[in-house]
Write a protein that binds this ligand. Structure first.
Ligand SMILES: Nc1ncnc2c1ncn2[C@@H]1O[C@H](COP(=O)(O)OP(=O)(O)OP(=O)(O)O)[C@@H](O)[C@H]1O
Length: 584
């Protein structure tokens, strides 16, 4: 319970003013609700005892005023609890999204985006009730039920005792029913999460599904997943409806009991007709809070699973710590690997790598699929930390530099450019409004893209389609180059497109690459041999080890080097085949 209160306190504290007003409105509402039946009782007794008209009018006006005030307090409570609920859950949702963005690659590799969406949205929505209503509704229901019972005891201890005993029985039965319903609800939520995970994954892989004609198979699976969800939904609904039915039956019996006892006491001359009404009314008033407490307990069970998962996310250990305080030098950054080894869990991928790249040098990285090229790059961004050894950038251990500064100073253009469904400006600046248009145009000019962008219907304000659909591969690449230019990094990593572009686009891209590398250190993951002709150094990676590293010119003129041998092998082959021929 403590952990639930912690999370509640953490998010409700900033809204304590509103929470206090809500509590006051709620208490005032409860007081009025308890009082109104007393006024009604007095009215009935006054009427049956033929009291003067003035007394009746006075009581009627009092009833109306109390009823109106009660409505006003109830409206205020509903408004405030919804306001507090949505404000807190919105903050929680933003905090979780920030957390998910900050979490390590290891975490993200283990989970599908669908699962994370379910956490950020689904779980938070289930918690919203906990924030907005749980405390308020449970407290007010408990106070209302307790107040009603106290007043009943005050009127007549025998009636108080009978109704209290009956309430205990009702509460016990409802709790038992609710307990049975909880596992069914949990299964329903799990089935819903897997259905959303399934839909998200299939939508992401739409191209492959279509290309492989896997539509029918996918629909078959969808029917299966949806059927499972439907069955669990029905079971859980059935379980929940039995609670409601039990409640109806128990309360109907309760009304009969109260009326029976009331009428008996009235016939014995122990109580007035107004008091019979009062008993019946108080019994009726117990139904809502008991129903509410049971419902809130169920909601709490649902929310508690969400709270635990949210808490788990908040406490997920970060492998990549961000305690660096040193600052990278301006301009090109040298790169130093010193005895660096890296493993994904048990899987050793980079083995004792040591090499140096001076500031401003460009390295061509060659290696077959799976040799560890992408992993080496991920370490440069600190998406992972080395298992042993050190990685230095600009002469500083990368762990000593603040993470945000490091990622600002290292730029990358991947083969698979990620473009957002947003304007060209937002895509280039990553939504940073501080970057002026003049700077964007200057960069576009340098990349000879200015004319292309100006020719678009709305220039920089043109909205791109999701994932850059509608742009050619070359255009997407050029936009990615412009992004990196704006970032002005000291180290640029280029993952060369593996498929050939048309010669004009290729020439254009090559010019862009040359401009991008000017005054910067560069690492090019090459998929073709001619790409590395612009580099100063060459590295050949094989199964996580450096097979060859040196000045390109020197290697080219050393006939025994792998690079010289590669140059001799037919250039028509792709690099993968050339490396295979040489047994790399
Ligand atoms: N997140 C990961 N978890 C576990 N193993 C991984 C992970 N990423 C890559 N690997 C493994 O590490 C090895 C090196 O992969 P890496 O992606 O670095 O190679 P690569 O040379 O970049 O290949 P490619 O040219 O195909 O991109 C491979 O055996 C791969 O299966």
């Amino acid at each position: 319970m403590q952990r639930y209160l912690n999370i509640l306190g953490q998010y409700l504290r900033p809204l304590k003013g509103k929470v206090a007003v809500l509590m006051l409105a709620m208490l005032a509402g409860i007081g009025l609700q308890l009082w109104i039946p007393q006024v009604t009782r007095d009215f009935i007794d006054a009427a049956t005892q033929k009291a003067p008209e003035g007394t009746l009018i006075h009581l009627a006006v009092l009833f109306l005023v109390f009823a109106l005030l009660n409505q006003a307090f109830s409206t205020l409570s509903t408004y405030l609890s919804a306001d507090i609920g949505w404000t807190t859950t919105n903050r929680l949702r933003v905090d979780l999204f920030r957390r998910v963005l900050r979490l390590d690659m290891r975490f993200h590799k283990d989970r599908t985006p669908g699962e994370l969406i379910e956490r950020i949205d689904g779980d938070v929505t289930s918690i919203s009730n906990f924030f907005s209503q749980f405390v308020v509704r449970v407290t007010s229901s408990v106070l209302l039920a307790a107040g009603t019972l106290i007043l009943l005891w005050r009127e007549d201890w025998r009636v108080g005792l009978i109704i209290t005993a009956y309430v205990v029985v009702i509460f016990f039965v409802l709790q038992k029913r609710a307990e049975v319903a909880v596992p069914a609800t949990r299964l329903e939520r799990e089935a819903s999460a897997s259905m959303f995970g399934f839909i998200e994954e299939r939508l992401a892989g739409l191209d492959d599904i279509r290309a492989n004609g896997a539509g029918r198979y996918t629909m078959h699976r969808m029917h299966h997943v949806a059927k499972d969800w439907l069955q669990k939904n029905l079971t859980s609904w059935y379980m929940r409806s039995t609670i409601w039915t039990s409640m109806m039956v128990l309360f109907s019996l309760g009304y009969c009991l109260t009326l029976g006892v009331g009428v008996y006491f009235f016939q014995q001359g122990l109580i007035t007709l107004g008091t019979v009404y009062l008993f019946f009314n108080y019994m009726r008033m117990l139904e809502a809070p008991l129903d509410e407490i049971t419902r809130q307990m169920q909601e709490f069970q649902k929310a508690s699973a969400g709270i635990l998962r949210v808490e788990e996310l908040q406490q997920e250990k970060l492998d990549i710590e961000d305690h660096g305080t040193q600052h990278l030098p301006a301009g090109a950054l040298g790169v130093d690997f010193e005895g660096l080894t890296f493993a994904y869990g048990e899987h050793l991928v980079l083995k004792n790598l040591s090499f140096q790249l001076k500031a401003g040098e460009v390295l061509g990285l060659l290696g077959r699929t799976g040799s560890g090229k992408s992993t080496l790059v991920r370490l440069l961004f600190r998406l992972y930390d080395p298992t042993t050894g050190t990685l230095k950038l600009g002469g500083l251990n990368s762990k000593d530099v603040p993470l945000s500064e490091l990622r600002q100073k290292v730029g990358m253009v991947t083969q698979d450019v990620q473009l957002f469904h947003a304007t060209i400006r937002e895509n280039l600046t990553f939504f940073d409004p501080a970057i002026p248009d003049s700077k964007i145009h200057q960069v576009l000019k340098e990349l000879a893209m200015d004319e292309w962008v100006s020719g678009l219907p709305e220039g920089l304000d043109t909205r791109l389609q999701a994932n850059g659909a509608g742009l050619s591969a070359g255009e997407s690449q050029l936009l990615a180059f412009a992004r990196v230019f704006l970032q002005d990094p000291g180290l640029v990593i280029l993952d060369e497109p593996s498929s050939r572009l048309d010669p004009a686009t290729e020439r254009h891209l090559n010019q862009a690459i040359s401009r991008l590398l000017q005054g910067r250190t560069g690492i090019i993951i090459a998929h073709r041999l001619d790409t590395v002709e612009r580099t100063d150094k060459i590295m050949v990676l094989s199964q996580g080890e450096i097979l060859e590293f040196g000045e390109r010119e020197t290697l080219k003129n050393t006939p025994s080097s792998r690079y010289a041998q590669m140059l001799k092998v037919s250039r028509a082959d792709n690099l993968e085949e050339q490396l295979e021929t040489l047994g790399v």
